[in-house]
Design a protein around this ligand. Sequence first.
Ligand code: 4NP
Length: 176
Amino acid sequence: MTDVTDLPGGSELRTDVPEPRTPGRYRLAMVCLGNICRSPMADVVLQARVAEAGLDDRVEVVSAGTADYHVGKPMDRRAAATLTAAGYDATRHRAQQLGPDWVGACDLVLVMDDSNHADVGEHERVRLFRSYDPVGTGGEVPDPYYGGDDGFQEVLAMVERTGERLVELVAERVRS
Ligand code: 4NP
């Protein structure tokens, strides 16, 4: 069966990231609702790619939720188990809420869905995470919180393929 999230999202794949505010450095923020499922998964995967690219001294990855429901808590255990099984370290995350100064302090804020986008607001540096996903470009990262384990696998696949492209694009910005 075709998964709806793999159908074309109908928007164009973004091929660049905004210029850094400070040349040679980059701060990326991942944002979802609770900061215990989607944005922490994206955060951990992006950090791993950044480290592999040897850019961890120049590129910072952070994440937050628009809501304060889970502030201070570790990741959802299903999100953590999915990451751990794929070889990532899910132990260090603690949920935090997006603050009013985040957009002004980050180079690129990636929101997981349209509702997160509406909550954060329109800004050149605020973009849908999957506007960088070559598969189903422009779609939402579906919220896996109320679903089964398959949802977490699907989120992992999205953040892995999108994260790889994002780190390539950010690497061009910090190296040029
Ligand atoms: P997330 O998932 O936004 O991907 O972290 C959710 C986590 C918690 C809730 C909703 C979504 N909640 O309603 O508590």
